[in-house]
Write a protein that binds this ligand. Structure first.
Ligand code: HEM
Length: 473
C-alpha cells in the first residue's frame, strides 16, 4: 500500500531532484531532458534550468508572481486541443481580461444552479452501476475507480459547459467524451516523446498526429454547432439557472466587448480539460482513503445518513452541513493532490528566499512541488497521517482552521494563476462523495499494488479495483 512507502519516498524526494522515486516517471523523464540535454537547450534557445523548490521559498505572492509566466513548453502541450487564447495558456493582458470575464461564472451564486446537473449525472452513474446485467451472482460490480470517476466527472463538466446541446445533437456527448479521451492520450504520448514541443517535428504526420487532428476537428465541429444552437435559442442549460456556456456567452470585458465564438470554444474546452481528470482523480483517492480507514468511512456515513436521511438527494441547503465530507476532501487534497506540482518560467531576474537566498535568472523554470509541501513535518503535525479533523470548521463560527503558512496548502496553486474552477471542483466532489457513500457499499479488491504515478494528474498507476454493491437506504 502506498502509505507504507511514503516516509522513504519523502526522504529521497527532499534530497534530490529525482522524482523517479515518487513514481512520477513520466514527469521525471521530461524534467531531466529539460535540465540536461544541451541539444534541446539550443533548440528552444533559452536557458533551461529546472530548479526545485517548496512554495515557502518561492513565495507565490503578487510581487513575485509578476516575475513569472507559464513555461512556454507547458503551453505547447495543450494548445492542440484548447487553442492559444484559453485561460490556461494565455499570458499578460489577454489572460487578465479573460480571467476577469470568466471569474463570475465560478462564484458560489452561479455554481448553485449547476448542483442539479451534478446530482443528476451522479444518480445516473450509480444507477448504471447496479443495472441487473452488470452484477455478478453476489450482486456486486467490479469497478476500476479511475475509469468510473473520470467518466462521471467528464460527463458532469460537459453537461455543465454545454447543456442540452449535448443531448439534442445526435450522440454529441458520446462523441465529445470518446474523442476527448483519445486526443488527450495522444497529446500526452506526443508530449512525453517531446514531439509536441518541437514545432517543426510536431507537424509531421506521425506519432498519433492523425488521432489529434481528426479528434479535435470532430470536437470543434460539434461545439461550433452547440454554440450556434444556444445563440439561436435551440438549446438551453440543463439546470434551472445559467450554465457555463450561458455565462461565457454573456460575459463582457471592461469595454463591453464579448468573447468571440472561437474564444468561447477554447474556454469551454479548457474547463473540460482542466476539470475532468483532476476531479476524477481526487474522487479515486478519497475512496481509497475511505476503504483503508474505517474510522473515516464511519464518520462520513454517519454525517451523510444524518444530513440526507432516506436516500434524499443533496441540494444547496445541505452543503454547509456536510462538514465531515468537506474535511475529508481537504485532507485528501493535502496527501494526494491530483495536480502535485506546478511550474513557472522566470521572465525578470530576481532573488528569492529568506534564510537561503537564491538569484533566479531569466529563463529559469521553477517547479513548486505541492506533494512535498503538503507532507512537510515542519508545517503539518503528524504530516503523513490522514487526519480529516484538522480541517473541521469551528462549530460556533463556521470558520475553517488557519493554515500553518499562507503557502502551505496548494492543491489549486496560488496567486493570479490559481485554479479558477476550485469552487466547482469542491462542490462537485462533495456532492459525488455524499451520494456514493449514501447509496453504495464498496470494498477494495485485496492484493493490489497501489502507487501514485503522474501523467496529467497524480493517479494510481495500476488503477484501483473495487467491488461495489447497492446499499439499502
Ligand atoms: C480537484 C480538481 C482540480 C485540481 C486539483 C485543480 C488544480 C489546478 C491547478 C494546480 C492549477 C494551476 C496550474 C498551473 O498553474 O500550472 C489549475 C488551473 C486551472 N484550473 Fe483547475 N483544478 C481542478 C479542477 C478544475 C475545474 C473543475 C475547472 C473548471 C471547471 C478547472 C479549471 C482550471 C483553469 C481554467 C485553470 C487555469 C487558470 C489560470 O491560469 O488563470 N480546474 N487547476
Amino acid at each position: 500500500m502506498v502509505d507504507e512507502n511514503i516516509p522513504h519516498l519523502l526522504h529521497i524526494a527532499q534530497r534530490s531532484l529525482h522524482f523517479h522515486e515518487l513514481h512520477m516517471n513520466a514527469h521525471l523523464d521530461f524534467a531531466c531532458v529539460l535540465s540536461s540535454n544541451v541539444q534541446l537547450d539550443i533548440l528552444f534557445s533559452s536557458q533551461l534550468q529546472i530548479l526545485y523548490f517548496t512554495s515557502k521559498e518561492v513565495n507565490c505572492s503578487r510581487t513575485n508572481a509578476q516575475n513569472y509566466i507559464k513555461p512556454p513548453l507547458f503551453n505547447t502541450v495543450f494548445t492542440p486541443i484548447i487553442g492559444h487564447q484559453s485561460l490556461l495558456v494565455a499570458e499578460g493582458s489577454e489572460h487578465e481580461r479573460a480571467r476577469r470575464m470568466i471569474n463570475p461564472a465560478f462564484h458560489h451564486v452561479n455554481l448553485k444552479s449547476m448542483i442539479s446537473i451534478i446530482t443528476d449525472q451522479t444518480a445516473k452513474a450509480i444507477q448504471a452501476l447496479f443495472n441487473a446485467s452488470n452484477l455478478d451472482q453476489s450482486k456486486q460490480k467490479l469497478v476500476d475507480l479511475q475509469i468510473e470517476f473520470n467518466a462521471l466527472t467528464l460527463s458532469i463538466i460537459i453537461s455543465s459547459a454545454f447543456g442540452s446541446g449535448c443531448e439534442t445533437i445526435n450522440n454529441s456527448k458520446e462523441v465529445i467524451c470518446q474523442n476527448f479521451g483519445k486526443v488527450l492520450d495522444a497529446i500526452v504520448y506526443r508530449s512525453l516523446i517531446m514531439v509536441n514541443q518541437i514545432p517543426l517535428i510536431s507537424k509531421l504526420p506521425f506519432w498519433k498526429k492523425d488521432v489529434v487532428d481528426i479528434g479535435t476537428r470532430m470536437i470543434a465541429e460539434l461545439i461550433d454547432k452547440i454554440i450556434a444552437d444556444r445563440r439561436e435559442g435551440r438549446s438551453t442549460s440543463l439546470s434551472s439557472g445559467a450554465d457555463l456556456l450561458d455565462l461565457l456567452l454573456s460575459a463582457v470585458d471592461d469595454d463591453g466587448h464579448p468573447f468571440t465564438d472561437q474564444q468561447i470554444k477554447d474556454q469551454a474546452l479548457t474547463f473540460v480539460l482542466a476539470g475532468s481528470e483532476t476531479t476524477g482523480t481526487l474522487m479515486v483517492w478519497i475512496f481509497y482513503i475511505l476503504m483503508t480507514h474505517d474510522d473515516v468511512l464511519q464518520a462520513c456515513r454517519e454525517e451523510v445518513d444524518r444530513v440526507l436521511p432516506n436516500g434524499i438527494e443533496p441540494t444547496n441547503e445541505h452543503l454547509n452541513e456536510l462538514i465531515v465530507c468537506e474535511a475529508i476532501i481537504n485532507e485528501t487534497l493535502r496527501l494526494y493532490p491530483p495536480a502535485p506540482h506546478f511550474t513557472r518560467y522566470c521572465i525578470r531576474e530576481h532573488t528569492i528566499g529568506t534564510e537561503r537566498q537564491l538569484r533566479i535568472p531569466v529563463g529559469t523554470t521553477v517547479m513548486i512541488n505541492s506533494y512535498i509541501v503538503h507532507r512537510r513535518s515542519d508545517l503539518w503535525s503528524r504530516s503523513l497521517e490522514f487526519d480529516y479533523t484538522r480541517w473541521m470548521r469551528d462549530p460556533k463560527t463556521g470558520l475553517k482552521p488557519k493554515l500553518p503558512h499562507p503557502f502551505a496548502y496548494l492543491p489549486f496553486a496560488s496567486g493570479s494563476r490559481n485554479c479558477i474552477g476550485q469552487n466547482f471542483a469542491l462542490l462537485e466532489a462533495k456532492m459525488m462523495l455524499a451520494m456514493f457513500v449514501q447509496r453504495c457499499n464498496f470494498e477494495l479488491v485485496p492484493g493490489q499494488k497501489i502507487v501514485p504515478d503522474f501523467k496529467l494528474a497524480m493517479y494510481p498507476k495500476y488503477g484501483i479495483l473495487v467491488k461495489f454493491s447497492s446499499r439499502q437506504i
